[in-house]
Design a protein around this ligand. Structure first.
Ligand code: ASP
Length: 427
């Protein structure tokens, strides 16, 4: 019998996880799930995070060091940033268009608003104080944050990915400047490390079907009986979901068709395991090793391009998050009874773009940055309490779009640099 492809195994794991969660809820197996099922999900996510820094480090050094000239690096960098900005602004615009057409906030009853505000006041408070810390920083703080003062410290936290990227690029550039014979061994070392890590990714992925089972099973048990709140927010959730689907089913295919020779179906088949992990972990950072492996080995994006474009994308390119922020900001304003002017909507385009760039690639980060978008248009940030109940599920979905956007841009940049060796495969 033909071996089941990885993405099927992951899908089966996801479905069984949901089914298990529902049954566990019915049978009251909350403690059992917390004690015996959830830890496997945590272990799986930890394994993914474990290799993120070494993978980015080794593959970026390998990628940059193999460039024949530095000019190429800045060309790839320029294209990457332009495509990332373009896709993000497009996503925000789609979000704004949808939320203004559907107007989900107008159908929101006064009682529901008070009920949700009371239920989620303290959680909203936590997010607001996290956002206030971000706001107090000066305009150049983001640049200061990119340049580390101690690389060991930077490598000590996955949150500092941009610092690791900075050091790896600097290291790679220095290797290019030196005569080849001086860097021969260092290059060989990083090439080897890189290959080893890619095998580790393969090994970790053997656990993926069980990992997603535990993650989703645990999550459903956590959700417990919140379905009533979920219904009240149905229109809002639907608007976000339609926007996210438009990105995946329309915008990315058009971009791929326009700029590459990749068929969308092949693209989708290649990166689907990464999408499923994005859904199950809600974290682009945790998914990064798999996104890189799938793009390189199943799509044919050269390592030179993927090692630069994808880690950068995981941190700064979040199309799904920016779309969600636009919808959520307008939804909350509508629920509060405000009509936003054109200039307020343009402020959303700007702040949601910046806020998605600034959001960390971890679960729930988009909501922290939403506070900044709301403040920019003069809406009480405590309004995020209204959408808390459905944020986790929307987080899972927007992370899928974030990861798909990164892979799309990596494919486009690779294709434009003649660095895409299309791989035809059946798995
Ligand atoms: N969870 C998202 C990500 O990691 C960020 C967010 O929107 O909260 O891509």
């Amino acid at each position: 019998m033909k071996k089941l492809a990885l993405h099927w195994k992951i899908i089966i794991g996801m479905i069984l996880g949901v089914v298990y969660g529902l049954i566990a809820n019915k049978l009251g197996l909350v403690d059992f799930t917390n004690a015996w099922i959830k830890p496997w999900g945590v272990i799986f996510v930890n394994l993914l995070k474990l290799i993120a820094v070494p993978l980015v480090f080794a593959s970026l050094i390998k990628g940059v060091a193999s460039l024949s000239d530095i000019a190429r690096l800045s060309r790839i960098g320029g294209k990457t940033i332009i495509f990332y900005l373009f896709s993000t602004v497009l996503a925000v615009t789609i979000g704004l268009f949808l939320v203004n057409s559907v107007q989900p906030g107008k159908t929101f009853s006064e009682e529901k608003r008070i009920e949700l505000k009371e239920a989620y006041a303290s959680k909203a408070g936590e997010k607001i104080s996290a956002a206030n810390n971000v706001k107090e920083e000066g305009p150049l703080q983001f640049l200061v944050d990119i340049v580390p003062s101690n690389i060991i410290e930077s490598a000590g936290s996955n949150k500092n990915m941009l610092q690791v990227i900075f050091f790896a690029i600097l290291f790679g550039i220095a290797m290019v400047i030196l005569p080849k014979e001086k860097t021969l061994y260092v290059k060989g070392f990083f090439d080897g490390v890189n290959d080893i890590i890619l095998v580790i990714v393969d090994l970790i992925m053997l656990m993926a079907p069980y990992g997603v089972f535990a993650l989703l099973g645990g999550l459903i048990v956590d959700f417990g009986g919140s379905s009533d709140l979920f219904l009240a927010l149905g229109m809002y959730s639907l608007t976000v979901v339609i926007g996210l689907l438009l990105m995946i089913l329309l915008i990315y295919p058009i971009i791929l068709k326009f700029f590459t020779k990749v068929k969308y179906f092949d693209f989708f088949r290649a990166i689907s395991p990464a999408q499923m992990l994005a859904f199950s972990t809600s974290s682009s950072a945790a998914t990064l090793p798999v996104t890189m492996e799938r793009c390189e080995e199943h799509l044919g994006v050269s390592e030179e391009v993927s090692s630069f474009v994808l880690p950068l994308g995981a941190t700064i390119n979040m199309d799904g998050t920016s779309l969600y922020q636009a919808v959520a900001a307008v939804f909350i304003s509508q629920a509060f009874g405000y009509d936003l002017s054109l200039s307020a909507q343009l402020t959303i385009v700007l702040t949601a773009t910046l806020a998605s760039i600034g959001a960390a690639a971890v679960p729930g980060a988009g909501m922290v940055m939403l506070v900044i978008v709301l403040s920019a248009i003069g809406i009480d940030p405590e309004g995020i309490a209204l959408i808390f109940a459905v944020d986790r599920i929307l987080d899972m979905l927007r992370t899928v779009v974030n990861v798909t956007g990164d892979a799309t841009v990596a494919t486009v940049v690779a294709s434009s640099e003649d660095q895409l060796n299309l791989i035809s495969e059946n798995n």
